[in-house]
Design a protein around this ligand. Structure first.
Ligand code: FES
Length: 189
């Protein structure tokens, strides 16, 4: 199935990133509290967005080898288009959508779902998270399908679907909508 994506928008305002110094448990609990407050309408940022699980399949692309991946040391790759940058990482912990014998190898887009802020270089192995985004501090949990832990974002980070063939890791699709793109023919999961 062929999919066509349309660039939609760009632009964002800047804020200073926060500084993290807590355990992963504290980190996740703090984020969960923010999400809960938002859901209850306590926070001014609680603009509830509908949750969609958009699933789009694209031509298979080899992006790495399992034996070459080191835990906590991400690789970057472009998929499904040259300007869509993603991260491939072995978390060392079982993760939603993970592949490999320990189901701990995942891949995610690196553009924040809030306003498209750059997430390059923000992977935190200690927390198995991507972020905080340098613009408004959204952070995403890579063990849980890229769900928002904290920050202004409400949509999970698009997850790159992976398939393992022997030692070769292939990207085969995208779950979620990459910021700045509109899916013309994506399937809903
Ligand atoms: S662009 Fe706003 S949190 Fe990333």
């Amino acid at each position: 199935m062929t999919n066509t994506l349309i660039p939609l928008r760009n632009g964002h305002r800047e804020e200073q990133p926060g500084h993290l110094c807590m355990s992963r448990r504290q980190f996740l609990l703090a984020g969960g509290a923010l999400v809960t407050l938002s859901a209850l309408g306590v926070s001014s940022q609680a603009e509830a967005a509908p949750l969609h699980a958009l699933l789009a399949k694209y031509p298979k692309l080899k992006i790495g080898r399992l034996s070459a991946l080191k835990t906590g040391e991400p690789l970057t790759f472009a998929y499904p288009y040259p300007d869509v940058r993603n991260i491939l990482v072995r978390l060392g912990t079982r993760a939603g959508g993970g592949i490999g014998p320990d189901q701990d190898v995942v891949a995610f887009n690196q553009q924040c779902t809030h306003m498209g802020g750059p997430l390059e270089g923000t992977f935190k192995n200690k927390y198995q998270a991507l972020g905080p985004c340098p613009l408004h501090l959204t952070t995403f949990d890579l063990t849980r399908y890229g769900m928002v832990i904290s920050g202004h974002g409400t949509e999970s980070l698009p997850q790159i679907l992976l398939a393992l063939e022997g030692d070769d890791i292939h990207a085969v699709g995208v779950q979620g909508l990459v910021y700045g793109y509109g899916a013309m023919t994506a399937q809903r999961a």
